[in-house]
Design a protein around this ligand. Structure first.
Ligand SMILES: [Zn+2]
Length: 82
């Protein structure tokens, strides 16, 4: 399974609606939210087969503003000698 960093911004006006919709689709606790410091964006690492599948974690009302970036982790031994 691939991992994607999902970044999903929303407006302050839409904040409570987006949080409730994320709860409704079962992804509330997958995300970390910047809302309390004025960064109305949800961040999560989502396991999925592809970018489109990863974006299913985002409510449809804001999905067009979200992005899913395929990310990897480097093993320390792989980095030696770079
Ligand atoms: Zn918010």
């Amino acid at each position: 399974m691939l991992q994607f960093l999902v970044v999903s911004p929303h407006t302050e006006e839409d904040c409570s609606k987006v949080v409730k919709l994320t709860l409704a689709i079962g992804y509330l606790t997958h995300f970390h939210w910047g809302c309390k410091v004025g960064d109305h964006t949800a961040y999560a690492i989502i396991e999925a087969e592809n970018e489109q599948e990863a974006l299913l974690s985002i409510p449809t009302v804001v999905r067009n503003k979200a992005k899913a970036i395929k990310v990897i982790q480097y093993d320390p031994k792989d980095v030696q000698g770079w």
